[in-house]
Write a protein that binds this ligand. Structure first.
Ligand SMILES: [Zn+2]
Ligand SMILES: [Zn+2]
Length: 188
């Protein structure tokens, strides 16, 4: 689940390995992290407004522990049909397992949600996993509205603004034949 863009270098999201928690209660950490102006991922350019709210919930499990990472931010992305910039809220929650590298077994080493850290570390940096959680939360397709009409495939006009001249032209006979057998295909 890697992206070529690394997280911003200003990020600092360290948590102590031994958080001194009592009674096995999970410990919560919060960060407000800078975001780049935009991020290109899977063919879409996401623009961000404001910062990333990140939250981590660390389980009380000694030197090997689970961390539930939640991310939330606001942004916008071009509609997948008409290209109009469309606002969206990005939220996601992922669970990672942190373990000292000396204790890792083969099976968990292959698990991409397992993160190893040096056995003598007193804290771990979650920045990489917070960034990965953000990237994994990005939608692959966004519509400005469910019934977006999109762009005319012939002239490129935004059909949400009304019909373009193309629809009066005769349809390709092969398409006409397809339309006859597919009642759901609408007039363009
Ligand atoms: Zn649209
Ligand atoms: Zn047209």
């Amino acid at each position: 689940m890697a992206t070529n863009n690394p997280h911003p270098s200003t990020w600092n999201a360290h948590i102590p390995v031994d958080s001194g928690m009592l009674q096995g209660e999970p410990v919560l950490f919060y960060w407000n992290l800078d975001l780049p102006e935009s991020l290109e991922y899977s063919g879409l350019v996401f623009s961000f407004s404001g910062n990333l709210e990140a939250r981590a919930e660390k389980s009380a499990e000694g030197r090997s522990f689970w961390v539930v990472i939640s991310v939330a931010c606001k942004g916008s992305v071009p509609c997948s049909r008409c290209l109009a910039e469309t606002p969206l809220e990005i939220i996601g929650t992922f669970r990672y397992f942190y373990t000292p590298s000396a204790e890792v077994d083969e099976q968990s080493a292959d698990d991409e949600m397992t993160v190893t850290y040096p056995p003598d570390a007193v804290e771990v940096d979650l920045s990489g996993q917070i960034w990965e959680s953000l990237v994994m939360s990005l939608p692959v397709k966004v519509l400005c509205r469910d019934d977006c009409e999109g762009l005319c495939p012939r002239c490129g006009a935004d059909l949400n603004l009304g019909p373009c001249g193309c629809q009066n032209e005769t349809l390709d006979p092969r398409l006409q034949a397809l339309k006859d057998v597919l009642p759901g295909v609408s007039e363009e």
